[in-house]
Design a protein around this ligand. Structure first.
Ligand code: EPZ
Length: 423
């Protein structure tokens, strides 16, 4: 396994090009299952998770090729299977996104239950309850969810207790080929859901209510292949904005969408960063001092849970106290113990973490730390950029799931960061 080594204390300067969004690419790749033909997806990030999703589709008979650095041609004409094995699903719970399109296209899907992960139990009951509402039979046995319908799905009204992102995406993909109309109430409004809706509409689906919590899908009999671009990754964008706040300096992020980060941009300005949001780019400059701000993660457009760990790393560098409350997942403070090893003063109290900035004392110091999940590893990179001395981050396969060329992008703006063999 490899590790990342960072020598902290070097301000950043230059430009970083933002990649396509992991959490849009995954549902959009899955949506190619809905119809025969060759789909074209542009701005697809080359990540461990997108490679896993493509591998999963190959087991169903899908063939694909790269045409250009981040463009994929995906041919799902001949589907020969409908089972997603535990070996693949255990590495990426977003594999559950094949449920909706497979049942809509083939009337059958068998997917290993994803199981929990570092940040929580991650159940999929909203997905299965929704499919059941559309007429599918659901059998849970031997760790698999087996979904079956001997005719077409039948439109109905679905209500989500929690606006689940992949739950909304799965049910959208199931409903577009159902008979009749499906209404999804309390739907997720994340930009990645909007990107999926744009793809489905481009394929011939009829969907009303984009960007709202009430989606209405009028089922159609057939769809045609899509030619669509993946939206910029707002979590990657936010991670690099926070990194500049931690390391200091001035960086322009290009090929991004500032409007996808309303909560983060407000919080970073309140913390003292200077942001200039332009069309498709953000110029970020660190301030003379960092102010502590309180954070409460919420569904979109609230503060994203996927930026909570990175923001916590930044708040350890202030000279105040910040309260960070995680409301989406039950165990998303795995990064705290690792940040504490770098000298951070954080106290977890239930779903809140009290972060006492120690810029006046010795600040953070480099250490050997371990990545536990995707965004926790990003927070360790942010901390390493600011810490005095050398930080070594092991188990960086977590990081490679969701950040394209992170080491190259950061070293390209002056960070002293490299990958090494972790012997
Ligand atoms: C998506 O996960 C993202 N993943 C996550 O990003 C992100 O953190 C999350 O949305 C919240 O924004 C992808 O899009 C691939 P949820 P998802 O269903 O859809 C509970 C990253 O780092 N719930 O919106 O799985 C659930 O336990 C990843 O890129 C149920 O109880 O999240 C959680 O508490 C991490 N039953 C809450 O709802 C269900 O059937 C929100 O989960 C589904 C969810």
């Amino acid at each position: 396994m490899d590790k990342i080594v960072i020598e902290g204390g070097h301000p950043l300067a230059g430009e970083i090009r933002i990649s396509g969004a992991k959490n849009a690419a995954l549902p959009l790749i899955a949506a190619t299952l809905l119809t025969p033909g060759v789909h074209t997806l542009h701005n697809v990030p080359d990540l461990r998770d997108t490679r896993t999703m493509l591998l999963l589709l190959e087991t169903f008979g899908v063939v694909w090729e790269k045409s250009g650095k981040n463009t994929l041609k995906i041919n799902s004409t001949n589907l020969s299977g409908h089972e997603a094995s535990y070996d693949l699903v255990k590495t990426m719970r977003a594999s559950v996104l094949v449920l909706g399109p497979l049942v809509a296209r083939m009337g059958r899907a068998k997917v290993s239950l994803p199981g929990g992960c570092a940040i929580g139990a991650r159940p999929i009951n909203f997905h299965t309850l929704g499919l059941q509402k559309l007429g599918a039979e659901i059998n849970l046995e031997k760790g698999y969810v087996d979904v079956f319908i001997d005719d077409r799905l039948q439109g109905d009204t679905i209500y989500f207790d929690i606006p689940s992102v992949t739950g909304t995406e799965n049910l959208l993909m199931a409903a577009v080929l159902a008979k009749g109309t499906t209404t999804i109430k309390n739907a997720a409004r994340e930009p990645e859901v909007g990107n999926l809706i744009d793809m489905l509409v481009a394929m011939g689906a009829r969907i009303e209510g984009r960007d709202t919590a009430r989606l209405v899908v009028h089922g159609v009999d057939r769809l045609t292949p899509a030619d669509i671009s993946i939206i910029p990754d707002r979590i990657e964008t936010g991670t690099y904005l926070i990194a500049v706040g931690a390391a200091g300096g001035e960086v322009r992020l290009t090929h991004c969408e500032p409007s996808f980060l309303p909560a983060l941009c407000e919080k970073l300005k309140a913390a003292g960063l200077h942001l200039e949001e332009e069309d498709q780019s953000i110029l970020v400059r660190s301030g003379t001092s960092l102010q502590s701000v309180d954070i409460k993660t919420m569904v979109y457009p609230g503060f994203p849970t996927d930026l909570q760990a990175q923001m916590m790393a930044l708040m350890t560098l202030t000279d105040g106290t910040s309260v960070i409350t995680e409301t989406i997942f039950e165990n998303r403070f795995m990064h705290v113990a690792e940040l504490q090893r770098m000298g951070a003063m954080i106290k977890v109290d239930g779903s809140s973490a009290i972060v006492r900035g120690n810029s006046k004392d010795e600040g953070l110091h480099g250490a050997q730390v371990m990545a536990t999940d995707l965004r926790a590893s990003a927070s360790l990179v942010v901390a390493g950029l600011a810490a005095k001395g050398k930080t070594e981050i092991s188990r960086i396969y977590h990081l490679e799931r969701g950040y394209e060329n992170l080491v190259e992008k950061l070293s390209g703006v002056g960070a002293k960061i490299c990958r090494k063999k972790d012997i």
